[in-house]
Design a protein around this ligand. Structure first.
Ligand SMILES: *Cc1c(COP(=O)(O)O)cnc(C)c1O
Length: 366
C-alpha cells in the first residue's frame, strides 16, 4: 500500500527535534502567546521576506480575520477562483460579504486573469488568488488589475509555502496573505494552525486585536469586538522545529514531481503539471488530468496506490452555493478540470522506487 501522505515517516525523520521542542514548550508551560509563538512568527516572516506574521487558529480564520481587518463585510464582494478548497469562499460568507467566482486557467488551474475584470463591480473590495496545488497565480496581471480597480489582493498561500514567482516568494504580493499549517500542508503542525502575513503595521495590529478578543497589548482593554483565534505555543514549537527543513522538503517534492513527469509524459493522454521558468512550484499536490478518470481510479485501487481528487466539484456547484444559481456554462474550465483531475501520492519521504512503481502500474494498466 502506498499512502497518499505519510506524516509519521516525517516525524520519525526529525523525532529528536520535535520531541525536544515539545518538551521545552511544556517545561515553559506558557501555552497561549508563549515564546514559541513569537519565535515562530518572527522566523516565518523572515523566511518569507515579510515584516509581520500573526499566528491564528487555522488558515480559514486567518482569511476571515484579515478581511475583517480590511473592513470588508456586508454589501461587499470578494473575487475568488471557482476551483479551490471551500475555505477561500466560505470565509467570505462568514464575514457577511459575498464571494464572486471567477473561472480558472486550464494549464495552471489558478484564477484566470482574463476573466477577472468583467466580474468587478462597484462593490468589489478584494480578490483572493489561490496558489493552487503549490503553483503561484499570475500575480503580475492580478496586481495590474487590482491597482486599476483599487481592490485589495489577499493571497491564499495555504498550499504554497515556499512557492516563488519571478524570484519573489508567494505571500508577499498583496496587502496581506494567509497560510495554513493543517498537518498535511507543506509546513504542517500537529493540529490546526494558520497565519496572516503583511508588511502593513496598522493592519497587523488590527488583525492582532481581532484574533485576541479585541485586546492589543493590555489585558481587559477590549477596544474592538474580536474573537479567539490564536496559534498555540505547542503548535508553534513544532512549526519552529520544522521550518528549518521546509526548503529541503520542498526540493524533495520537486524532484519527485520531475520524476513523475519524466515517466508519465510518454502517455500523451495525460495532462501533466506545468513546469515554467522563473516559477517555483512547491507541489503540495501532484495533480494530473486524464479523460478516463474512472479507469485510472480502478487501476490505482487494484494496485493499492492511494489517490485523491482535488476537487470533485467547482465551488459554485457545491450544495452550499446552490443559492447563487450558477450554470456550468459560466465556468467551463473548472467544470472540465474537476471531471479529469486526480492527485497521486507526493510527500518528501516518498522514494524514487515508489514513484517508479506507481508509474509502472499506471503505464502498464491505464
Ligand atoms: C488548507 C486550505 C485553507 C485553510 O485551511 P485550514 O484547514 O483552515 O487551516 C485555505 N485555503 C486553501 C486553498 C487550503 O488548501
Amino acid at each position: 500500500m502506498i499512502p497518499f501522505v505519510d506524516l509519521h515517516a516525517q516525524y520519525l525523520s526529525i523525532k529528536s527535534d520535535i520531541d525536544k521542542a515539545i518538551e521545552s514548550c511544556i517545561a515553559d508551560s506558557n501555552f497561549i502567546k508563549g515564546k514559541a509563538v513569537s519565535d515562530f512568527e518572527m522566523a516565518f516572516a523572515d523566511w518569507l521576506g515579510a515584516k509581520y506574521c500573526l499566528g491564528c487558529g487555522n488558515g480559514t480564520d486567518a482569511l476571515e480575520i484579515i478581511m475583517k481587518s480590511l473592513n470588508i463585510g456586508p454589501g461587499d464582494e470578494v473575487l475568488v477562483p471557482a476551483l479551490s478548497w471551500i475555505s477561500t469562499a466560505e470565509a467570505v460568507n462568514n464575514i457577511g460579504a459575498e464571494p464572486v467566482f471567477v473561472d480558472i486557467r486550464h494549464d495552471t488551474y489558478t484564477i484566470d486573469p482574463e476573466k477577472i475584470e468583467n466580474k468587478i463591480t462597484a462593490r468589489t473590495k478584494a480578490i483572493i488568488p489561490v496558489h493552487l496545488y503549490g503553483f503561484p497565480a499570475d500575480m503580475i496581471e492580478i496586481t495590474v488589475i487590482s491597482e486599476k480597480h483599487k481592490i485589495h489582493i489577499i493571497e491564499d498561500c495555504a498550499q504554497a509555502h515556499g512557492a516563488e514567482y519571478y524570484g519573489k516568494k508567494a505571500g508577499i504580493f498583496g496587502i496581506a496573505s494567509v497560510f495554513s499549517f493543517f498537518p498535511s500542508k507543506n509546513l504542517g503542525a500537529y493540529g490546526d494552525g494558520g497565519a496572516i502575513i503583511t508588511n502593513d503595521q496598522k493592519l497587523y495590529e488590527i488583525a492582532m486585536k481581532i484574533s485576541n478578543h479585541g485586546q492589543l497589548k493590555t489585558k481587559h482593554e477590549h477596544t474592538v469586538i474580536g474573537r479567539n483565534s490564536r496559534l498555540d505555543s505547542l503548535q508553534a514549537s513544532i512549526l519552529n522545529a520544522k521550518l528549518g527543513y521546509l526548503d529541503k522538503w520542498n526540493s524533495q517534492r520537486e524532484i519527485i514531481a520531475e520524476h513523475y513527469i519524466k515517466r508519465l509524459t510518454v502517455n500523451e493522454e495525460f495532462c501533466l503539471p506545468l513546469i515554467q521558468p522563473d516559477i517555483k512550484h512547491v507541489f503540495h499536490l501532484f495533480v494530473i488530468r486524464c479523460k478516463r478518470r474512472d479507469d485510472m481510479i480502478k487501476l490505482l485501487n487494484e494496485k493499492s496506490i492511494s489517490w485523491a481528487v482535488h476537487y470533485p466539484h467547482p465551488l459554485p456547484f457545491l450544495a452550499a452555493y446552490k443559492y447563487k444559481k450558477h450554470l456550468p456554462s459560466e465556468f467551463p474550465v473548472s467544470c472540465q478540470v474537476t471531471r479529469e483531475v486526480i492527485s497521486l501520492p507526493i510527500y518528501p519521504e516518498l522514494t524514487e522506487s515508489q514513484v517508479d512503481l506507481i508509474c509502472d502500474q499506471i503505464l502498464e494498466n491505464y
